[in-house]
Design a protein around this ligand. Structure first.
Ligand SMILES: [Zn+2]
Length: 242
């Protein structure tokens, strides 16, 4: 759920990972962003992800993120043969918040990530100066959304469930110094209970939500088992606000 959009209909924009961040698009309309004529496809090794990009370096960075997310999911015992597309674009689809740097559409199992040039123009992401390494983490986050869509036993998962998983995968695969630096920016971010992990918390501050999710995950007695429960819809299910 976007912090800048009203909640009412669970329409096109299901979620966005904060002001600078990442979004998950729901099953309704996704306007295709313009694509450069020089776009080439790169099949990321040991994954089912195919990155389409005009810049080979961008594709290689995002493939590293895709591979890290795939390894993370395989360690949970979750994998897929489904081809997953990741398009590198100058602009995200029109219905995505302008502050996002990536998004994922469940409708066509397609992720979109800004070019590194466009990403770099934001100057900071997650509170850190942008870098190629952080750009790789954008790829890990979006591919985690794609792998969630392909391997979840329950559909659709809640906003809090999908963003919990994507955040845990992103921070879990991030280089340690960068992860520690982001966590240090949010010393109070945490969730004492599953019940505090809500779409509202995500909407209020997606980065704080992500850091809190990661700390909550680390504290679980069996973190992998908890993530499988999230994927199976056993925890972090849909909430209804009255
Ligand atoms: Zn996300």
């Amino acid at each position: 759920m976007l912090p800048f959009h009203p909640r009412p209909m669970r329409v096109a924009l299901q979620a966005s990972f904060a002001a600078t961040l990442l979004a998950a698009i729901d099953s309704t309309g996704v306007a295709e962003p313009p694509r450069d004529a020089s776009t080439a496809s790169l099949a990321c090794a040991a994954t089912t992800v195919i990155v389409r990009s005009a810049e080979a370096g961008d594709a290689e960075d995002l493939c590293r993120g895709a591979a890290a997310a795939t390894v993370f999911f395989r360690a949970l015992g979750r994998s897929t043969d489904t081809p997953l597309a990741l398009d590198v674009v100058e602009q995200l689809p029109l219905d995505v918040d302008r502050r996002a740097v990536g998004c994922f559409s469940r409708r066509n199992l397609r992720a979109y990530v800004l070019t590194y040039a466009a990403f770099g123009s934001r100057q900071t992401w997650l509170g850190l100066p942008v870098s190629r390494e952080l750009y790789t983490s954008v790829g890990a986050h979006e591919v985690a959304h794609a792998l969630t869509a392909c391997t979840a036993a329950a559909h659709p998962l809640s906003v809090q469930a999908t963003e919990y998983i994507a955040s845990v995968v992103m921070f879990g695969t991030m280089h340690t110094p960068s992860r520690d630096a982001v966590l240090a920016l949010y010393p109070e971010a945490d969730f004492a209970s599953d019940w505090d992990i809500t779409d509202v918390a995500y909407g209020l501050d997606p980065v704080r939500f992500g850091v809190g999710a990661y700390r909550h995950f680390l504290r679980e007695p069996d973190p992998a088992s908890f993530l499988r429960s999230v994927l199976d819809g056993g925890v972090l299910g849909e909430r209804f606000h009255y």
